[in-house]
Design a protein around this ligand. Structure first.
Ligand code: NAP
Length: 485
């Protein structure tokens, strides 16, 4: 419990925030540290009546919050941003303990999370509608932007800070009140962020945070007509369920779902740069990211040099408790996640994949999965068709550009894709041909607050961040003026 505090020695609350009040409940959920499996604390398991009340309060607060000026909203957001930066070290410790990622990486996530608060805090001051060219004599048209209403934000465990601020900062900037439902596996970073937002001076009821049974909360948020917007980041399976549950209300939806990113290394690539980017893309958060390199396609001419360099780098990775200095890979989130990776790897080996490297993490405990290198993977194997979500590099060899692009696109997922080539013509051709929401060209990272984040196909709908993020929480009203004599 020592680390679950901000630097003014206030312990992080183990409670829900509803209309400015921190509330506990009779029933609770235990939260564990995945690195040690020790208990970190308890969070409320709310009942339906509490959820009903929270939606009512968020709706009441919307009436006044939506009328705040853009300058006020900007001030609150930028104050929140400053407080997150001031508490970045404490937030990173909380995040590492509940999620597992190494401390330096957790700090990186906190800064990344803060960047969205800053971005939307600045953007809202210059956001505007349009005065349209007069199309008819005696009539003019203009557009005005309005907040959609109460916005529900459901977030996953793999980015406990950034997935919240990427949604909440945009929604609050637009003038929506929010109900945040973090993952029950990683609620304390969310609670700490909500506490800092309260200190930043947001009006009572603008920010609400609830914890409990995902299925019960999700269904109610979808079906309650007072909730005008649902933004969800998580698995494609739950995203589809929420889509169905929201149909009767025609609810505004943003869905940031799973990926299955191809990472293609052509024979004209800078091989060292490609390997370095692959290591970064694959091993961030121990492979547990939606944009992680998943299907790795390498030109077969590069087989020998690539394997020699890669195995050397894999052998240097250190795995352990993220609070220990120099650890680069933490635990997996839980044993279910470990079992899923184990199954994918065993099936691939049984079907002919070669395991050329596997680290040894047995002594670390049941939540750890060893860094693994598989080659000779083929498109029929399950490992090529599912998010691995673990520290496994699974290589498929290719010798034809057209064929590899067809293979890369032959997936229901359409979130991120990466490729490496030093040929500018090929770069333009491939970037256009890849059917994904984000493409890294000689880059293993595609995300920044200024750039729209999101996928196509079964990877979701909507965009977060960038110039598009705010619009997800606004509707446009067109005014038509007739000039009367
Ligand atoms: P998940 O199981 O879908 O859970 C995501 C959130 O939904 C959690 O808060 C979870 O709550 C909640 N939930 C669970 N069942 C629900 C239901 N029936 N109705 C409503 N909400 C429900 O996903 P995850 O395992 O946490 O996250 C990993 C997935 O997220 C991966 O597929 C990854 O690719 C995806 N992801 C996508 C992006 C993106 O931007 N596209 C970013 C990050 C992650 P509890 O945890 O409390 O059960």
């Amino acid at each position: 419990m020592n680390f679950l505090q901000l630097n003014d020695n206030q312990l992080i609350k183990q409670a829900n925030l509803i209309n400015g009040q921190w509330l506990t409940s009779n029933n609770s959920i235990t939260v564990y540290n995945p690195a040690t499996t020790q208990t970190l604390g308890e969070i409320p398991l709310i009942d339906e009546q509490t959820l009903e009340n929270a939606i009512g309060k968020a709706q009441e607060s919307f009436i006044s919050y939506s009328k705040s000026t853009s300058y006020d909203k900007s001030l609150w957001l930028l104050k929140w941003y400053e407080l997150v930066l001031a508490h970045a070290d404490d937030l990173a410790k909380i995040l590492t303990q509940e999620q597992g990622k190494p401390l330096a990486e957790a700090k990186g996530e906190i800064l990344y999370a803060a960047s969205f608060i800053q971005w939307f805090g600045e953007q809202i001051k210059s956001d505007h509608g349009l005065t349209l060219a007069d199309p008819i004599s005696g009539k003019s048209f203009a557009t005005h932007k309005h907040p959609v209403g109460v916005a529900a934000l459901i977030t996953p465990w793999n980015f406990p800070a950034a997935m919240i601020t990427r949604k909440a900062a945009a929604a609050l900037a637009a003038g929506c009140t929010v109900i945040i439902k973090p993952s029950e596996l990683t609620p304390f970073t969310a609670i700490a962020l909500a506490e800092l937002a309260q200190r930043a001076g947001f009006p009572v009821g603008a920010i609400n945070l609830l914890t409990g049974d995902g299925a019960m909360i999700g269904k109610k948020l979808c079906q309650d007509p007072r909730v005008k917007k649902l933004s969800f980041t998580g698995s494609t399976q739950i995203g589809k369920l929420l889509f169905e549950q929201s149909a009767s209300n025609i609810k505004r939806l943003s869905l940031e779902l799973g990926g299955n990113a191809p990472f293609i290394i052509f024979n004209d690539a800078n091989l060292d740069a490609a390997i370095s980017a692959l290591m970064q893309s694959k091993f961030r958060n121990n492979g547990q990211t939606c944009v992680a390199a998943n299907r790795i396609y390498v030109d077969e001419q590069l087989k020998q040099p690539l394997l020699a360099k890669l195995i050397e780098q894999l052998a240097q990775l250190s795995c352990g408790n993220g609070l220990t200095e120099a650890v680069q890979l933490g635990p997996m989130i839980n044993t279910t996640a470990v079992a899923k990776v184990e199954t994918l790897v065993s099936e691939a080996i049984a079907k002919g994949a070669q395991c050329l490297y596997q680290a040894d993490t047995k002594q670390l405990g049941a939540n750890y999965y060893p860094v693994t290198l598989l080659t000779d993977v083929t498109p029929e194997m399950a490992i090529a068709n599912h998010e691995i979500f673990g520290p496994v590099i699974a290589i498929q060899w290719f010798n034809d550009e057209t064929q590899v692009i067809a293979q890369a696109n032959a997936s229901e997922a359409g979130l991120a894709a990466y490729f490496f080539s030093d040929n500018i013509h090929r770069c333009q051709r491939i970037a256009n041909a890849l059917e994904f929401g984000m493409v890294g060209i000689n880059s293993g990272m595609v995300s920044h607050a200024i750039s729209p984040f999101g996928g196509i196909k079964h990877s979701g709908i909507g965009r977060e961040g960038g110039h598009n993020g705010l619009a997800e929480y606004q509707y446009i009203k067109a005014h038509c003026y007739a000039q009367l004599e």
